[in-house]
Design a protein around this ligand. Structure first.
Ligand SMILES: [Zn+2]
Length: 72
């Protein structure tokens, strides 16, 4: 997977959301019955995988900002 493809978790047609990543199990989010499995997570469906990755990205940005604050 290329760098651009790994960033594209919100696009249902992106490489990382290809059906070959599906696990055959249900998404772990309560009441979500969609099939889980993307390149980013085997636990979430495409939509919830994107939500999860947005949260991961927000945490990554906060940590990066803290590091930059300390490094100045
Ligand atoms: Zn889901």
């Amino acid at each position: 997977m290329t760098h651009d493809e790994t960033r594209d978790y919100t696009d249902p047609t992106s490489e990382g959301n290809h059906p070959r990543y599906r696990t055959g199990r249900e998404c772990i989010m309560p009441a979500c019955k969609k099939e889980a499995g993307t390149a980013w997570s085997k636990y979430f469906c495409v939509k919830h995988s994107a939500n999860f990755m947005r949260q991961v990205e927000a945490v990554r940005r906060r940590v990066q900002e803290q590091i930059e604050g300390v490094a100045k």
